[in-house]
Design a protein around this ligand. Structure first.
Ligand SMILES: O=C[C@H](O)[C@H](O)[C@H](O)COP(=O)(O)O
Length: 232
């Protein structure tokens, strides 16, 4: 089996475990990304095969489309301010603190809005996402309004980022579901995530960033030895 297939299998294992937490009557926040895709697929199976009765809210257009295609009933913030459980992937999980970097898929803003509305926020990852210090494996994505983004990029560099570059897709600026841009900020490790969060949010034009601090209820980490459950 190739490495890629191994990783996909681990992501699916973590995703399937998290879906066992979902019960009849729950309102569920659906994450975004390749691991969340497995989770939405598994949830769709339960809705179809077991008649599981839930409503869900998606953190991206892509997850929304997938969930609707699978027949998962969807809801929104017009109907609810609080959700029972949110299940989402991550790009980095710091061992010990379980603080996160998210947003490599560009969905960080809606993901953070939904995670902050969930009573329980379950993170599903394969073991390659565990790090000793945030910022060492993945850049920190920062969502900014398009107007004046160049200034925001320069000010982000002053927070210690070695580079704050607009994300590009096929030579074009990547645009989020919220019509904003993503600046990928490369830090040489993040020693004080809370201080960095404050510094980034103080920049006018920044909408939010991919540091998810104090939000994790638990992490399900799939590795070769099975799925491990980590709690803060
Ligand atoms: O914007 C994307 C999200 O934060 C994803 O949850 C994160 O990038 C992890 O994605 P994946 O499961 O594909 O590694």
């Amino acid at each position: 089996m190739s490495d890629e297939k191994d990783v996909a299998r681990l992501k699916e294992e973590a995703a399937r475990r998290a879906v066992t937490y979902v019960e009849d009557g729950m309102i569920v926040g659906l994450g975004t990304g390749s691991t969340a895709r497995f989770m939405i697929a598994a949830l769709g199976e339960r809705v179809k095969n077991e008649g599981l009765r839930i409503e869900a809210i998606a953190t991206s257009e892509a997850s929304d489309v997938q969930a609707r295609e699978l027949g998962i009933p969807m809801t929104d913030f017009a109907a609810h301010s609080v959700f029972d459980i949110g299940i989402d992937g991550a790009d980095e999980v710091e061992r010990g603190t379980l603080e996160l970097v998210k947003g490599l898929g560009g969905a960080l803003l809606r993901e953070k809005i939904v995670a902050s509305a969930c009573r329980r926020f379950v993170v599903i990852v394969d073991e390659s996402k565990l790090v000793d210090r945030l910022g060492t494996h993945a850049p920190l994505p920062v969502e900014v309004v398009p107007w004046g983004w160049e200034r925001a990029a320069r000010l982000l560099a002053e927070t210690g980022a070695q580079a704050a570059k607009p994300r590009m897709v096929r030579d074009k600026l990547f645009v989020t579901d919220n019509s904003n841009l993503i600046l990928d900020c490369h830090y040489p490790g993040i020693d004080d995530p809370a201080a960095l969060s404050r510094a980034i949010l103080a920049i006018t034009g920044v909408v939010d960033h991919g540091l998810f601090l104090g939000m994790t209820s638990e992490v399900l980490v799939a590795g070769t030895g099975g799925v491990q459950r980590l709690v803060p």
